[in-house]
Design a binder for this molecule. Structure first.
Ligand SMILES: NC(=O)C1=CN([C@@H]2O[C@H](COP(=O)(O)OP(=O)(O)OC[C@H]3O[C@@H](n4cnc5c(N)ncnc54)[C@H](OP(=O)(O)O)[C@@H]3O)[C@@H](O)[C@H]2O)[C@H](O)CC1
Ligand SMILES: [K+]
Length: 223
């Protein structure tokens, strides 16, 4: 099994997008559908999607949009400054705003208290806060949200990486989302594989990154 650290995964993503011209939005969409296929829509109907403002969050918003497209009940919780959001995040947020009335920007203590209350009513929580972009300890409102998510007894899915885990070293950069399922994109991340507690609940999903991008970055194979 190929194992990659976050630098290698980000280089592969970048090669796919910038050299092989694979649209980033396509990868985000494929990532969202890769998570959707692991959700039993006959069993789960009320979702909380918790997003950061990077592309992990974009994956989460694309998933929210695909759930809303099926008239599922979705609440979206946004952490961070939307002004810093990626293009893929922004485009998916625009559509979610047309489909969803329950979009919460979590910034204050009151917002956190309301989130904690509301999470008791959903039946599945999606962790799309951080992926391979986590680059420092999780603190402040992010740490509080991870703790709130971990304290509620609901089925949880993490997109790509359980937020709080360093995808390269497997180090906990603060409390890590204790998800029931981790859906990691394209290649197994070293930080997940080296921690049995995460490895055993992780599935790998192909999101359409060309093998040429992987071979070029990992083995230096070029035409
Ligand atoms: N690259 C692609 O085209 C694809 C990526 N996929 C998904 O995207 C993530 C990687 O997305 P990225 O935007 O690079 O980063 P994250 O979404 O993981 O993180 C968002 C930003 O959060 C900031 N950050 C990092 N650590 C912390 C922290 N401890 N506290 C607060 N904020 C933090 C950081 O920005 P700064 O400017 O603040 O440094 C991150 O940029 C990948 O995991 C996949 O889920 C798609 O799946 C495929 C296409
Ligand atoms: K995540």
């Amino acid at each position: 099994m190929i194992l990659v650290d976050k630098e290698k995964m980000r280089a592969i993503d970048s090669y796919a997008i910038n050299v092989l011209k694979v649209p980033a939005l396509s990868l985000v969409e494929r990532a969202s559908l890769a998570v959707l296929k692991h959700i039993n829509l006959n069993k789960f109907g009320y979702f909380a999607i918790v997003v950061g403002v990077g592309n992990n969050g974009a994956d989460g918003l694309a998933l929210a949009r695909n759930l809303l497209a099926r008239y599922k009940d979705v609440e979206i919780y946004i952490l961070g400054d939307v002004e810093k959001a990626s293009e893929e995040f922004r485009l998916n947020l625009e559509s979610c705003q047309m489909l969803c009335e329950e979009i919460f920007y979590v910034q204050s203590i009151e917002d956190l208290e309301e989130m904690e209350r509301r999470l008791n009513n959903v039946n599945l929580i999606v962790d799309a806060i951080f992926g391979t972009g986590l680059n420092r300890p999780v603190t402040g409102i992010y740490a509080t949200v991870v703790s709130i998510i971990n304290n509620v007894m609901k089925y949880k899915i993490s997109i790509d990486i359980p937020s709080g885990l360093d995808a390269s070293t497997g180090q906990d950069l603060g409390e890590v989302v204790d998800s029931d399922l981790i859906v990691t994109m394209q290649l197994m991340k070293k930080g997940i594989y080296e921690r049995e507690i995460y490895k055993k609940k992780c599935v790998i999903e192909d999101i359409g990154i060309p093998q040429k991008a992987i071979d070029s970055v990992l083995y230096g194979l070029v035409d």
